[in-house]
Design a protein around this ligand. Structure first.
Ligand code: NAD
Length: 326
């Protein structure tokens, strides 16, 4: 073990949006070393690592979680205490047009990671496999319904189906091999460094370019939004104090329909740039196939267990996010 290092995390997908914020947070603790394994797909960006690229406790490895030989090499070389798996194909629209990479990375890749960890962890003392999942596995919910961890998985598109399959696989390793695993299911994240194909960056980008803002269907689909830094600090609590074999929903209580989020984005954009844009910049486009209407989490289990404070203020963190894209 390197000097002063108490724990080594294998973080996968750390050059992506949430993974890079998570690593930044983890590295604040000088006793933790991070091995960051990322394939650098179109969604991975080395620029996301610029804030901590000089940190000696961060080791970047370009590679695929489906590559078992590479995983074995990493487990042999570093004493991995925790696996935190962010690596995924993450964009629903892409899963609808090309689902194969989603099954490959999000299901086969997770199995390879589980197998590598099982093979190298002689005993499971002090080990943990944390799978980062999503509220989308619960599928579309009716008005007034909130999904808790016991709710049925009813994924509505190939992306969420691949994540649901991975969740089942991960939990099966707890039941079968007593491997210490935890699954977290977070709602929609927002913040800096998100890929431009995602909802908020797309809208800001269109505003910047003077283009129309594409809004699916009637714009009334509802999503729950969490600031990415809140999500990452909650993940650290779960890593440190969570119970193996558990699933934890990570919600924020901030449920908004898409048109309201766009209205807020336009308002903030006007405030920052001095523009006077109104809703005429919105263009209603053909709805996504099988578009889930509403996601909403009951996250009272984690809220009570970890004694979490309220989530950050949506308007303020949205402002910071938009500022980061401008
Ligand atoms: N963004 C959200 O709102 C949200 C919400 C809930 C859960 N999640 C989950 O959180 C995780 C991270 O999401 P994100 O938004 O940061 O995604 P992202 O698309 O921004 O990043 C994914 C990262 O994984 C890497 N990657 C992809 N395939 C890989 C492979 N085979 N091997 C190694 N690396 C690979 C990419 O290069 C990229 O850096 C995903 O598992 C996603 O399902 C995301």
């Amino acid at each position: 073990m390197a000097d002063g290092i108490l724990k080594t995390y294998l973080v996968t997908g750390g050059a992506g949006f949430i993974g890079s914020h998570f690593i930044e947070n983890v590295l604040c603790n000088s006793g933790t070393r991070v091995v960051n394994l990322d394939k650098l797909t179109y969604a991975g960006n080395m620029h996301n690592l610029s804030g901590f690229s000089e940190n000696q406790n961060h080791i970047f490895i370009k590679g695929d979680i489906c590559d078992r030989r590479l995983l074995d090499k990493i487990f042999n070389e570093y004493e991995i205490d925790c696996v935190v798996n962010f690596a995924a194909e993450s964009h629903v629209d892409r899963s609808i047009s090309h689902s194969y990479p989603f099954i490959h990375t999000n299901v086969i890749g997770v199995m390879e990671l589980l197998e590598a960890a099982k093979g190298h962890w002689n005993n499971f003392n002090g080990k943990l496999f944390l799978q980062i999942s999503t509220d989308e596995v619960y599928g579309s919910l009716s008005e007034g319904v909130f999904a808790d961890e016991k709710s049925l998985q009813r994924p509505g598109n190939p992306y969420s189906a691949s994540k649901a399959a991975a969740d089942l696989l991960v939990m099966s390793y707890f039941n079968t091999y007593k491997m210490p695993v935890i699954v977290t299911r977070s709602c929609n994240n927002f913040g800096s460094r998100q890929h431009f194909e995602k909802f908020i960056p797309t809208m800001v980008n269109c505003l910047k370019k003077g283009e129309k803002l594409p809004l699916y269907g009637d714009g009334l689909n509802e999503r729950e939004w969490i600031y990415v830094k809140d999500h990452c600090s909650r993940l650290l609590d779960i890593l440190n104090f969570g119970q193996a074999g558990e699933i934890y929903n990570i919600g924020s209580g901030c449920i908004q329909n898409n048109i309201d989020v766009i209205r807020k984005i336009i308002g903030i954009y006007n405030g920052i740039t001095g523009s006077e844009l109104d809703e005429s910049v919105i263009s209603y486009v053909k709805d996504r196939k099988g578009h889930d209407r509403r996601y909403a989490l009951d996250y009272s289990k984690a809220l009570k267990f970890f004694n979490w404070a309220e989530s950050s203020d949506f308007a303020q963190t949205l402002q910071e996010t938009i500022q980061s894209y401008l």
